[in-house]
Write a protein that binds this ligand. Structure first.
Ligand SMILES: [Fe+2]
Length: 453
């Protein structure tokens, strides 16, 4: 850990350039505003995305990397991860402790499933982290997960402290995720600090989020595209003096226009460590560990149980209110995911909450994340939709599903326009009425029937 360089103040980006901010453009316009870019990408480096991205140090935050879940990452995938980290010169690889994907199929919205905060969740997270580190030539840095439903009795900081002790890994403390945990348990902002090894924290994350209070219970949703909450700055002030080995302060500003990102970075600049090489700079390890000490991997049914609870397929006895809030958020993200590929069929087959929730509970959906699964969520929805339409007369939904699942978008040009316009209109109206008036989908049915007539 002593060998890690000081990166300073960072801003996040997705390499595909689809959403703001563009850190490279911001760096050209405001040199010195921040010092490095933290980016998320698949484990295999795409040279096309990579071209022209020079000029700032890079830190790789894979998000496609499982640090909990029913299966350990395949060695081939970890070899790609290591190759990418070396290629871009990432001095470490940080990732949230959670189950992110099943054989490459990301859990919708990258809303990973966090481990239960108990001895079993801990021992499985240890096995994952040791396995990943054994295949990496740079340090794996472990990030505390976001929490909505609370499972297990441990405080998340105690869980991370134990995980660090058993893996020797440095830590990344995400302040929004910590806030989510404190809210979920009804704890003060700085509860659980005693005994936490702040000196192992090499990186801090701040990001936007949304707090709601269903039934009086606080729920923090880790939506980076939102503005930052003031509680995060309070937490930052509380942890900074304790993080004596801090190398990087990162603003996860995904979705923030450059001018907004710049304001936040200006506020963070005086608080960030100064960039520079490591004071100790021992030789870089070139021999990889061989996975010694990886204990028997026991997680088979536990992640699947938590996954089923997270999507409303099973009841969460430990925290039913938290689980209900989590299901609500996951369904909203699932709808967005499906709308990108199947905007007409999704509205006609699962426009209302109950059918959408029924899909999330279905064998077709859950099967995408079972060991050995190969089907995508979009294909699972098509299969589920065909099952729903059996024995029911709904020619518009049948036609839309047939065309969208075949990728025939030309004939659906007007229905896709209509679906977009209706989503915008009905959500705007719901702000005034408090109700989503889904009977208006009848208009979409008319347009589909016209298009295929
Ligand atoms: Fe984070």
């Amino acid at each position: 850990m002593d060998a890690l360089p000081y990166l300073g103040l960072g801003l996040t980006a997705n390499l595909d350039g689809q959403a703001p901010p563009d850190p490279w453009a911001l760096h050209r316009a405001r040199p010195g505003l921040f010092d490095f870019v933290e980016y998320s990408a698949p484990l295999e480096l795409d040279p096309a995305l990579w071209e022209g991205r020079g000029g700032l140090p890079l830190l790789f935050h894979p998000v496609h990397l499982n640090l909990w879940g029913p299966e350990l990452e395949a060695p081939g995938a970890l070899a790609l991860l290591d190759a990418q980290a070396r290629e871009v010169g990432s001095p470490w690889v940080g990732n949230d402790v959670g189950w992110w994907h099943a054989r490459g199929e990301p859990i919708p919205g990258f809303l990973y499933v966090a481990p239960p905060l108990d001895a079993r969740g801990l021992s499985d997270a240890v096995a994952h982290a040791r396995h990943v580190q054994a295949h990496l030539s740079v340090p794996l840095v472990l990030e505390n997960p976001a929490v909505i439903a609370v499972r297990g009795k441990m405080h998340v900081l105690d869980f991370m402290a134990e995980l660090a002790a058993r893996t020797s890994a440095p830590l990344l403390l995400d302040l929004g995720h910590l806030f989510s945990h404190q809210l979920a348990r009804g704890l003060p902002l700085t509860a659980g600090f005693d005994g936490f090894p702040f000196e192992r924290v090499v990186e801090l994350h701040l990001a936007g989020g949304v707090v709601t209070r269903p039934g009086g219970r606080g729920v923090y949703v880790d939506d980076h595209t939102q503005a930052l909450r003031e509680e995060l700055f309070e937490l930052l002030a509380a942890v900074l003096p304790r993080c004596t080995q801090l190398r990087a302060l990162t603003f996860e500003g995904d979705g923030h226009p450059e001018a907004m990102a710049a304001r936040t970075l200006e506020r963070l600049r005086p608080l960030a460590p100064a960039p520079g090489p490591s004071p100790a700079a021992p030789p870089v390890a070139t021999e990889r560990a061989r996975g010694d000490g990886v204990g028997p991997f026991t997680a088979v049914s536990e992640p699947e149980r938590v996954f089923a609870e997270s999507w409303g397929r099973a009841r969460c006895e430990e925290d039913p209110e938290g689980a209900a809030a989590e299901v609500d958020f996951r369904l909203a993200v699932l709808a967005q995911t499906l709308d990108r590929a199947l905007p007409v069929s999704r509205l006609l087959l699962a426009g209302a909450r109950e059918p959408l929730a029924a899909f999330a509970r279905s064998d077709e959906f859950i099967g995408c994340f079972s060991p050995g699964a190969t089907r995508s969520v979009v294909r699972a929805f098509c299969a589920w939709g065909r099952g729903q339409l059996r024995g029911r007369r709904d020619p518009a939904a049948e036609a839309a599903l047939a065309l969208e699942s075949a990728g025939d978008h030309a004939r659906l040009e007007e229905p896709r326009f209509c679906a977009r316009a209706l989503r915008r209109h009905l959500s705007g109206r719901a702000w005034a009425t408090g109700q989503l008036e889904l009977d208006a989908l009848e208009g979409l049915r008319q347009v589909v029937e016209r298009a295929v007539r």
